[in-house]
Design a protein around this ligand. Structure first.
Ligand SMILES: Cc1cc2nc3c(=O)[nH]c(=O)nc-3n(C[C@H](O)[C@H](O)[C@H](O)COP(=O)(O)O)c2cc1C
Length: 402
């Protein structure tokens, strides 16, 4: 979102007040928001609220003689996305017909940027054949994404399909629409989560990895246009949109899945990001039946697991695929960094993301330093999505050079 321009058009639904939150989220993420309103929308929320949040004048009257030039043309030219939040049945009908009798519809016609429509209406309105025909017509015209509606309570207190999607989800969808497509055509394999190493059919050795970092990298890579295969250990996370997912349990299964995804000569992928916390050891002889407690505490002998990243690093002859590892360690910054540098050379990888266990495992945010052959960036904090973008920026630069 940073540096992007969102033309945020509000139309006449009770859900209009939620558009204020969408505007706030966009501004907070570093976007410029150009607010537009229909005359009906201005009866639901005050233009002053919108201009207060966005720091921009609100476009309502395209006949305003004080406006220098053509309002709809100027706004359309600046927009990286035109978002209609909420969208009434009426504005959907007007867009389907290609009308331009107010600043919102005129801007939609004039824009060449993607258009996002977040409908909000009574379920009877949404399911009406006329509305559905208009939605289908807009979809047929292309360039437009519908965000929702969703099932839930509407303004009348009734429930059904017609409620506007939540502001946070609308924000995410807009962010995905304006994301740079700098990874288009790149095939990226990402591993995520822990591995579970069987002790017997009901018990395992595992670790506390939540998979959030790997899933964030897969999600951001997909929205930046990459073709993403996500190899996930046992985690309770939804598959990000547009990502192909392969579920595995153990380190050995993960290795086989990585080998399949990369191909024998490693030519099937442009990059491998090993964000998974692969168990270093597994019980060497897992029991085929549940171990009983009567015999006392068992001694569990351990065997070393394959080092997936190191084995790919050793097999890579040229510069592809780009290899990214993670070093999750306990200790102070210097200790974590020293370990990450060692990993970079020993495993023959391009980037190692260094992070301390207590600041990362299971958290939504983390504090990392990216270590490369030419040196290490200082530690800095961010949400896992923001860190994912930082890692992908470095990966994209390396992939472009090769
Ligand atoms: C209190 C009230 C609530 C309304 N809520 C909605 C709504 O949620 N969705 C909708 O499609 N129309 C709703 N309408 C009807 C629209 O405001 C009306 O069709 C208007 O002409 C839409 O104009 P616009 O699309 O230019 O904003 C509502 C009207 C009123 C009076």
């Amino acid at each position: 979102m940073k540096g992007r321009t969102v033309a945020l058009a509000i139309t006449g639904s009770v859900a209009a007040y939620k558009a204020v939150e969408v505007a706030r989220l966009c501004v907070k993420a570093g976007a410029k928001v150009l607010p537009l309103m229909t005359a009906s929308a201005a009866r639901f929320v005050g233009p002053v609220t919108l201009s207060g949040i966005t720091g921009e004048p609100v476009a309502i009257d395209m006949w305003d003689p004080a406006y220098p030039g053509e309002m709809h043309v100027a706004i359309a030219a600046r927009a990286d996305v035109v978002a209609i939040v909420p969208a009434t049945a009426d504005v959907i009908a007007r867009i389907a017909q290609g009308r331009a009798d107010d600043v919102v519809t005129a801007t939609v016609l004039c824009a060449r940027a993607p258009v996002a429509i977040a409908p909000a209406m009574h379920p009877n309105m949404w399911s009406h054949p006329a509305v559905q025909r208009n939605v289908a017509e807009i979809a047929r015209q292309g360039r437009t994404t519908f965000i929702g509606p969703v099932h839930g309570e509407v303004a009348s207190g009734e429930s059904g399909l017609g409620r506007m999607e939540e502001p946070a989800r609308i924000f995410e969808a807009l962010a995905a629409l304006v994301a740079p497509r700098d990874l288009a055509g790149r095939r990226i394999v990402v591993t995520a989560g822990p591995t579970h190493e069987a002790i017997d059919p009901v018990r395992f050795l595992g670790n506390r990895s939540s998979g959030k970092m790997g899933f964030a990298i897969a999600a951001r890579a997909a929205s930046r246009g990459a073709d993403v295969t996500l190899i996930a250990g046992p985690v309770a996370l939804a598959t990000p949109p547009g990502v192909s997912r392969v579920d595995v349990e153990s380190a050995e299964e993960m290795q086989r899945a990585v080998d399949r995804a990369l191909g024998d000569d490693l030519s099937r992928a442009d990059a491998l990001v090993m964000a998974a916390a692969v168990a270093d050891f597994r019980p060497s002889a897992p029991s085929a039946i549940k171990i009983k407690k009567d015999a006392g505490a068992p001694a569990i002998a351990l065997a070393k697991n394959p080092d997936i990243l190191a084995s790919v690093g050793a097999r890579r002859s040229g510069a592809r695929p780009v290899l990214v590892g993670f070093a999750l360690e306990t200790g102070d910054d210097a200790t974590v960094l020293a370990y990450a540098k060692k990993k970079l050379t020993e495993k023959k990888v391009d980037l190692v993301v260094a992070n301390a266990a207590h600041e990362s495992l299971g958290h939504a945010a983390s504090r990392v330093a990216i270590v490369a052959g030419e040196g290490a960036e200082p530690f800095s904090e961010g949400t896992k999505e923001a860190l994912a973008d930082r890692i992908l920026d470095r990966l994209a630069a390396l992939a472009a050079r090769r």
